[in-house]
Design a protein around this ligand. Structure first.
Ligand code: LLP
Length: 428
């Protein structure tokens, strides 16, 4: 019914996730509620076995829930972290340090010191950052292994806000400068350059863009090798898209990606005479479809269009507002009924842009109904906010047997006050 999502089923008209009834989950835990299928998460990670010996560093920015990170750690995942906070989460989840890459285009000096002290690899984004990291490593008397984030100058078909490998993008070192920076690193006593890194963007549905990026990276690997640099790792980043709209074309699978990319890496490595370890940094393709967002209908209003007002808006799921993203919506207790009307689905936030779906065909919707947004596991909770005095929602994990456990409590008013202080002079 929902394409290849076999963790989502409809029983007696009701949407279930891994056997758990979504209406009952909404009742028990309250809404809005992120609900993750543990089994689906594990399956998605295992789909990357198509890359055999490659290391899979989960992109923690997609979902930083500790229980989910712990599951991925059990599956053997490494981590792409983009801040000291994400490094902390990945470490707490038990992801080994030698499988963590510290990324970022504008790292604080304190983050570079922390990365050097903790022994993770760093993806260096500029020559200037290399110098700062070298000083940090020297002061700690540690040697830091680095990769260089390359700007590969590749055009991809995705939303412009998430295309990261364009020549004009803020990320990475222009590829014409990479050999020089590599040399600079080779001359530095506390830095060990071990490889090259790129990430061309996110929600990419065309494997040929990744193949092009792999070719570009191997060109650079050849140039670095000729300059006596040692290329032990090639990190192609993440970016594989998923099929959000059941009517759209199916997305390529990790196996399709492997079939495109691996021959390029293998052939070119053999030509150059190197045998680099391949690293990938998938986020969305691992976690997005493992998770649904349950929301409750607060109001239905016939106006210029029929508005369905939910208890979740862009404070909970920012993607539609930011990128005009499509998330499929299911009426949880009428999941087998045909569409009866067209609705514009909005949140409770005080902005007219707080629209989660326009003119969506759904079965009849009433106050009190539970609606599910599918594919909400990537950049869902992780991009949520407390805007408009709304606490962030709870998260629940559903095990293989359908049992549901709370993995993050919902925030309440005291969370809105957390960290705030009223100067005593204002009290009297
Ligand atoms: N590696 C690096 C260096 C990245 O910057 C990213 C994502 C990834 C890996 C993971 O990419 P994925 O496999 O998830 O596509 N908030 C946006 C997506 C932003 C992606 C940022 N970087 C969205 O909701 O679509």
């Amino acid at each position: 019914m929902f394409g290849k999502k076999d963790h989502l089923t409809v029983e007696r008209g009701r949407l279930h996730i891994s056997g758990a009834d979504t209406v009952a989950l909404a009742q028990e835990f309250g809404t809005p509620l992120y609900v993750t299928s543990e089994e689906r998460l594990r399956q998605n990670f295992r789909a990357y076995d198509a890359f055999s010996s490659a290391d899979k560093y989960f992109a923690v920015k997609a979902n930083g829930n500790l229980a989910l990170l712990r599951i991925l750690a059990q599956e053997g995942a490494g981590a792409d972290v983009f801040s000291a906070g994400e490094l902390y989460l990945a470490s707490l989840a038990g992801i080994p340090r030698d499988k963590i890459l510290f990324n970022g285009n504008s790292k604080r000096e304190s983050e570079l010191v922390m990365a050097a002290a903790s022994g993770v690899r760093v993806s260096v984004d500029s020559p200037e950052e290399l110098e700062t990291l070298a000083r940090a490593a020297q002061s700690l008397d540690r040697t830091v292994e680095v990769l260089f984030r390359v700007n590969p100058d590749i055009n991809v078909q995705t939303h412009p806000k998430i295309a990261t490998g364009l020549r004009t993008s803020k990320f990475g070192i222009p590829h014409s400068q990479v050999v020089d920076v590599y040399r600079q690193a080779m001359a530095s006593s506390h830095i060990l350059p071990v490889g090259l890194h790129c990430h061309i963007g996110s929600q990419i549905l065309d494997v040929s863009s990744f193949v092009e990026a792999a070719g570009r990276m191997m060109d650079l690997a050849a140039a670095v090798t000729s300059a006596d640099g040692s290329v032990e790792m090639i990190d192609l980043g993440g970016g594989l898209g998923i099929q959000y709209d059941p009517q759209a074309q199916p997305a390529p699978s990790p196996a399709d990606l492997a079939a495109g990319v691996l021959p390029v890496i293998r052939q070119r490595s053999a030509q150059i005479g190197i045998s680099p370890r391949l690293v990938l940094e998938p986020g969305r393709s691992i976690v997005a479809d493992s998770t649904i967002l349950l929301t409750r209908v607060n109001t239905v209003k016939d106006a210029h269009v029929t508005f369905v007002g939910l208890d979740a808006g862009f404070n909970v799921l920012a993607r539609p507002m930011l990128y005009d993203s499509y998330h499929h919506i299911v009426a949880c207790d009428r999941a087998d009924q045909p569409a009866a009307g067209s609705y514009t689905v909005v949140g409770p936030i005080c902005e007219s842009g707080d629209v989660l779906a326009r003119d969506r065909l759904l079965p009849p919707v009433q106050r009190g109904d539970v609606l599910a947004f599918l594919d909400a596991g990537a950049y869902g909770f992780s991009m949520s906010s407390q805007y408009n005095g709304q606490g962030r929602p709870a998260e629940v994990l559903v095990a293989k047997d359908g049992g549901a456990e709370l993995i993050r409590r919902a925030e309440g008013p005291s969370d809105l006050m957390a960290g705030q202080m009223i100067p005593s002079r204002l009290l009297y």
